[in-house]
Ligand binder design. Sequence first.
Ligand code: NG6
Ligand code: CA
Length: 517
Amino acid sequence: MRKRLTLFAISLLILFVSCKEEQKNTKNAVSVEKPNIVIIYADDLGYGELGAYGATELKTPNLDKLANGGMRFTNGYATSATCTPSRYALLTGLYPWRNESAKILPGTAPLIIDVAQPTIPKMLKKQGYHTGIVGKWHLGLGNGNVNWNQRIAPGPNEVGFDYSHILAATQDRVPTVYIEDGHVVNLDPNDPIEVNYKENFEGEPTGLENPELLKMKWHHGHNNSIVNGIPRIGFMKGGKAAKWVDEDMADYFLADAQNYVKQHKNEPFFLYYALQQPHVPRTPHARFVGTSGMGPRGDVIVEADWVIGEFIETLESEGLLENTLIVFSSDNGPVVNDGYYDDSEEKLGNHKPAGALRGGKYSLFEAGTRVPFFTYWKGKINPGVSDEMVSQIDLFASLAALTGSDESTIDSQELLDLFLGKTVAGRKEMVIEATSRTAFRKGDWAMIPPYKGPAINNQVNIELANDSEYQLYNLKDDIEQQHNVAKTNPDKLKELIAAYEAIRGTETFEVQQLELK
Ligand code: NG6
Ligand code: CA
């Protein structure tokens, strides 16, 4: 029943957007700018991880230069505290809880974006852009039962990307191969790939049974197939020549992103550059090992910063920097131990991945969704800092406005002027999500409804924000969310609950159970 309702809702949205389309076509064409647009999206990078956001122990000079040279948001949000829902929302401009499939996906999950659904790349294509994705996808592929040895579809190319070069799910999930325009790169037809998330293939080693083969040990989960000495989530067989080398991944995607820019420099392009760092397994290239003094987690952040420096240099040497809007953010907040023994906890020292914020990845507290978020456009955006609230879902309507499209969605707010550095108002309110639970931000306030379940996920050592009672925090006085003032502010609480339910409804939703093994 819920599925049918979701389909119905999506059809309504499509109708809404196509009506707008018609209106647009009847309008006089106005001349608009068509700068190149690059969204750089980190994976699990926390609010306090960059120098520009207060990090003192980690050095991120290249990202700091962009953040300080552009519009830096202190209240910039991913919609969710995990990857798939945030990425779904970023690309579609819709809250992820409108789609019940927008949960952390296994590597075999079908595509969760309807091929008829509006997306940023589709919208930009209509505005004359060439569109590409390089890096992490994690939105599902195919229609179920993917045959990895044929063209894999539908995928990014069917939802608006002219070019795609991706990793299917996460670096810790099989299949551990690159996929370019639907084809596994370097696939040997005599060594076909099989993937299964339920059971192993006979005779194949696993992290659980063959610890002697491991160069990185698993802490929780991550004890299935072993690739490159690293135990993964899910079982995989075959595809030896196609398997990626984790330590080369940053260089591999960088080279591809640079090529993409060079190839398309003579037309407006949109590049979604989705980095794999600092998600597990953290596998810095040898050049970066030991550079942060913080173990592999710090090292891959240094590596990611270098990668972005190189990428920006390419834009500059190609003469594109003054004609390119860059948006940088992260898909969710930080986690230190996300399933491997990699020294990250031991060597964290005084670094605070979430800055002053409470919680982290998977959490409904601020650190789950409040992330580094800035825009940079050389010569166009005046450097500034904004405390206005912005969400990644707002990029859809804002990029549409930038490029002369009238498309929007019910959730995306057009905040173009703010993204371009003007001192104008941002969002008044928004729903945030974490493992299918939702909470609300309005003005200076954060409200978290009661949820069952553990207060802390002990495996990752993160407070999830589950409580039997409503929580209300005034972030202006209490950014660390230490004082639940729900009882002393009943009217404010009522106001937030009413505003939240007006968007979210009152139905209770199935909460995604994290794999706790
Ligand atoms: C969890 C994994 C975690 C990470 C996460 C997805 C276990 C125990 N934990 O299920 O390691 O892969 O999924 O992260 O398997 S995300 O950033 O892509 O959402
Ligand atoms: Ca993530």
